[in-house]
Design a protein around this ligand. Structure first.
Ligand SMILES: Nc1ncnc2c1ncn2[C@@H]1O[C@H](COP(=O)(O)OP(=O)(O)O)[C@@H](O)[C@H]1O
Ligand SMILES: [Mg+2]
Length: 454
């Protein structure tokens, strides 16, 4: 589809399968308190005409950062981003973005909001209005041209976001978690309509890059799912081709199979970081990585509260100590990926293990799930002391009754390895775990940990 009123063609035609956008050896670091912190490393990604590519990963894996590099809004720290063969030196002229939050200007009408993108490109007023109305029509907003954002529901506002991006007919439409601020039904509806437009060839773009943390959404929409891992920093773990027929059937066995496969890639450990067992004498170690010691640097704490991870442990216990996570998520009406931090936490504490698609409680995990409050705290303390950050805080205080250590001390140590946001989240988790375990106390007003010993 083409909006005939615009001065065109902006982008010469390309055949399906030809490369539109690519990154070669892209790395990106942000400035941390203690120098540069890598967020993305060694990213080689190609986006071809005719395809939808999903960038899938957990929160913090660098998806938005990668998208902004592709859009030319952030310069890479090293490596190149090429659009139609030319390295980017600034904003990518072939892309438009849709964000999670709608970023509409409240004092402008729907039509004026949609026209914004065209104004920036110097399109005359008359043509702007006609093209905007076409985009508004295409995206199901007809009749709302003169409405203001505050009069619209979330779903309708996001449609304005789409219309504003599509009206410039970008070569590559980029969306950063565009459905995650919407309620489930609204999101499902909007996804369905966009896919219909895409399938019918009415979508005025040649390719789409979708950032999401939702596995099913990625498999539903994308031709290729690129899974980003975040240990220790964002790299491409694996790219999975989705060659399911469109429109896709969520209830088909083939769909389930792909969701399971992607889920395994997301939860799989690139490296087992459990404490070392002494290698058997005389024989070469089959897997030297297994003996890597867990340290604060290689063992980030997932964002999971004790309440949350106990809740999950109890649910698995009720299911005889073993359950398929996808099924459990379905049963609870949750997205699998929302449960992953808790799964990681149980794994880190040695309370559960991942076997294929299943989550199994360990012996300790079973005891923890069934214990009364006092026993549960003791069990948790034992497990948490194997977690490097919790252990570090506890050790810094132990043997010194009445001692205190300021959080800044740990903040500085962590700043060598993590961004300040990651540091905050990990300290919050460590505090929650350590207090529950009775390993140390915490004074929020004074920002310090204190020894709980009498
Ligand atoms: N402007 C910034 N300055 C410093 N750190 C940042 C900045 N933006 C993102 N980060 C950090 O980079 C990591 C990746 O962030 P992001 O790309 O937003 O991940 P995602 O979109 O996958 O959640 C996170 O740990 C985040 O804290
Ligand atoms: Mg993001």
């Amino acid at each position: 589809m083409h909006f005939p009123f615009l001065p065109r063609p902006a982008h010469p035609p390309v055949a399906d399968g030809e490369t539109l956008l690519e990154t070669v050896g892209l790395t990106k670091s942000y400035a941390g308190a203690d120098g540069e912190l890598p967020v993305l490393s060694g990213i080689d990604l190609t986006v071809r005409a005719g395809e939808i590519v999903a960038l899938l990963g957990r929160s913090g894996s660098g998806k938005s950062t990668l998208l902004r590099c592709l859009a030319g809004l952030l310069p890479p720290s090293s490596g190149t981003v090429r659009y139609r063969g030319t390295p980017l030196t600034g904003a990518n002229p072939g892309t438009a973005l849709v964000f999670q939050t709608f970023a509409l200007l409240p004092w402008l009408t729907v039509r004026q909001n949609v026209e914004l993108g065209l104004e920036a490109r110097g399109v005359p007023a008359r043509e702007r209005a006609r093209a905007a109305d076409q985009a508004i029509d295409l995206i199901g907003l007809a009749g709302f041209e003169n409405a203001y954002p505050k009069e619209l529901s979330g779903g309708m506002r996001q449609r304005v976001g789409f219309a504003r991006a599509l009206v410039v007919e970008p070569d590559v439409l980029m969306m950063d978690e565009p459905f995650s601020a919407l309620d489930v039904l609204t999101a499902e509806n909007l996804r369905g309509e966009l896919m219909e437009l895409w399938d019918s060839g009415q979508f005025p773009t040649r390719a789409v890059v979708l950032v999401t943390h939702n596995i099913e959404e990625a498999v539903l929409m994308a031709d290729r799912v690129v899974v980003l891992g975040s240990r220790p920093y964002g790299t491409i773990r694996e790219a999975v081709d989705v060659d399911l027929e469109r429109p896709r059937d969520r209830d088909s066995a083939a769909f389930d199979e792909l969701v399971d496969r992607v889920y395994r890639i997301m939860t799989g450990r690139p490296k087992d970081t459990r404490p070392a067992e002494p290698p058997a004498t005389g024989r070469p170690d089959p897997d030297p990585d297994r003996h890597e010691r867990r340290t604060v640097a290689n063992t980030p704490l997932p964002t999971a509260s004790v309440d949350g991870l106990s809740g999950l442990a109890e649910m698995i216990a009720h299911r005889a100590g073993r359950c398929d996570l996808a099924d459990l998520a379905d049963e609870l009406g949750l997205d699998i990926d929302d449960m992953l931090p808790q799964v990681d936490a149980l794994d880190l504490l040695g309370f559960a293990e991942i076997h294929g698609d299943d989550l199994l409680l360990t012996e300790d995990g079973t005891a923890f799930a069934h214990a009364d409050v006092q026993d549960s705290r003791a069990l948790f303390a034992g497990a948490a002391l194997d977690v490097p950050l919790v252990k570090l805080i506890a050790n810094s205080l132990s043997g010194h009754p009445g001692a205190t250590v300021r959080t800044g001390f740990f903040r500085d140590l962590l700043a060598h390895h993590y961004t300040s946001e990651q540091v905050d989240r990990q300290l919050e988790t460590a505090t929650d775990w350590g207090r529950y375990a009775g390993l140390f106390g915490y004074d929020a007003a004074r920002q310090e940990y204190r020894s709980d010993e009498a």
